[in-house]
Design a protein around this ligand. Sequence first.
Ligand code: DON
Length: 304
Amino acid sequence: MIDFQHIIDTIAKEANTAEERGKVASYIPELSKVSAKKFGITLLDADGNSFSAGDSNERFSIQSISKVLALAKAFDLEGDHLWQRVGVEPSGDPFNHLSLLEMENGIPRNPLINAGAIVICDILVSKLNAPKQDFLTFVQQIADDPTITYDEAVAQSEKKTGFKNYAAAYLIKSYGNLTNDVETVLDLYFYMCSLTLSCEQLVKVFYIFMNHGKCLRNQHYLKIYQIKRINAIMLTCGFYDEAGEFAFEVGLPGKSGVGGGIVALLPNEFCVATWSPGLNDKGNSKLGMRALEKLTTKTGLSIF
Ligand code: DON
């Protein structure tokens, strides 16, 4: 029997004393207000036992982690037609690059880079009656937590400075791969990225991805084959041009966000979330990656 609490306490202790903590994102001005000293971690096992340490209860901006949730909702609504509008290959590029998008005629490489998530948001805008509210309700339901909310200040901050996302959306539109208008689609995109959750909440949301589509309350939200595909995309595309490094170091499907969060999972076993706002130069949480490397190495638990 693995003593998860002991391992997590050791990891948190090491993280708290680390000197090199990476740089807090500042291109979305509101995110720069967060202290680089924060560190939280929660692991939730398949039986619903949870183990936490550090700032695991403090909410942070999940940013790109939300792209997995948007993909899940859009896949559920649109089925396999989705893959005509977005690919499933890793880009090997930073999350906000535009060069491949132009070369590949407005079909984003995958749903977890910004361009791909913008196409996913276009699908949600077309399919949902009240996109922002309906998407939020979906996230609240899978976590069984009605307190989950958007952060208005973060969403507005990105709306004012998200020029690259406007560029991506207009480029996609020019190739005919965006059916709704750019403002409406990006409004959903910026709000979705502004979702604020703690590590303790995040593992509850992502429980369905390690439990064949069933949430903690045992209700089915996604089909098994859909979970297989989403986990595969997290493994190959969840960390942009560092996806290979994350698979090499950690060996789990997962997703990062520029708010410093990472969520990862081992199907049938556990789901884990870390938060440390300092990022490495690829835009992934420096201490979060290190913590997860330690977790899978110390426990011997990874998909490999
Ligand atoms: O669109 C953006 O740039 C942000 N809202 C999200 C980027 C992000 O989290 C990339 N992840 N590591």
